[in-house]
Design a protein around this ligand. Structure first.
Ligand SMILES: [Cu+2]
Length: 230
């Protein structure tokens, strides 16, 4: 029965199948360049990263039409409860993002691949921002909240000589997962996490994405550009 039904549905194309069974539709997308999409797996022609399967977002999540952004990325920052590296409880949006210029990256402390260079890059970004008297804040969100306790994040922050103005955050798994999801960086396997950085000016409603392993100078430039948006 099922096979016959499938054959019939295949004959009539995929659209009716998807509509009738609500199977998740999707496409492959570059974690760095969401405008790069493909029906097949492959690599991003812009940055060479492996394209990631992305479920088509339900229509209800469509961003409000008036949201301005250079990349067309609408970012709504959830106000979930998080803990920083000092064990302080914070509301992500209200305490860390509201009214500020921020750069956010995504890390986990036991990562042996891209997190150390991502964090070292952020460290240099912080130094360059300080040299320019910038008030931009840095945020590193753990994609492994079950393991990354505030204590672990504190050690990690110390290892990379993070200065005040750089929050390392963790929280309960469901809060962090919903945060990652809404920021568009959720992954099923933490080892596949994105080297993407989100740079935003909350007051201006301006958000852009950057490759987290770009040169610190080019990231600082993007942050400075975000800061002067009105
Ligand atoms: Cu990593």
């Amino acid at each position: 029965m099922l096979t016959k039904a499938l054959v019939i549905l295949l004959l009539f194309g995929f659209a009716p199948v998807l509509a009738q069974t609500r199977k998740p539709a999707g496409h492959y997308e570059c974690p760095m360049h969401p405008d790069v999409t493909s029906k097949k797996p492959g690599k991003c022609p812009k940055c060479g990263m492996t394209l990631r399967f992305t479920k088509e977002k339900p229509k209800v999540e469509a961003p409000p039409a008036e949201t301005p952004s250079s990349t067309g990325t609408a970012v709504r920052i959830p106000d979930v409860t998080v803990q920083d590296q000092n064990g302080k409880s914070l509301n992500f949006y209200t305490d860390l993002v509201k009214g500020k210029v921020v750069a956010i990256n995504f890390i986990f402390t036991t990562c042996t691949t891209i997190c150390p260079p991502l964090t070292a890059t952020f460290r240099r970004v912080q130094q360059e921002l300080a040299a320019q008297n910038s008030s931009a804040q840095l945020i590193s969100v753990s994609v492994d909240p079950a393991i990354d306790t505030p204590e672990r994040l504190r050690d990690f922050a110390a290892k990379f000589k993070a200065e005040p103005g750089w929050a390392f955050v963790t929280g309960n798994t469901s809060d962090i997962n919903s945060l990652l999801q809404q920021l568009g960086v959720a992954v099923t396997n933490k080892n596949d996490h994105t080297p993407m950085i989100l740079i935003g000016n909350d007051e201006a409603g301006y958000w852009t994405r950057a490759y987290g392993l770009s040169s610190p100078t080019s990231l600082v430039k993007l942050i400075t550009e975000a800061a002067i948006r009105k």
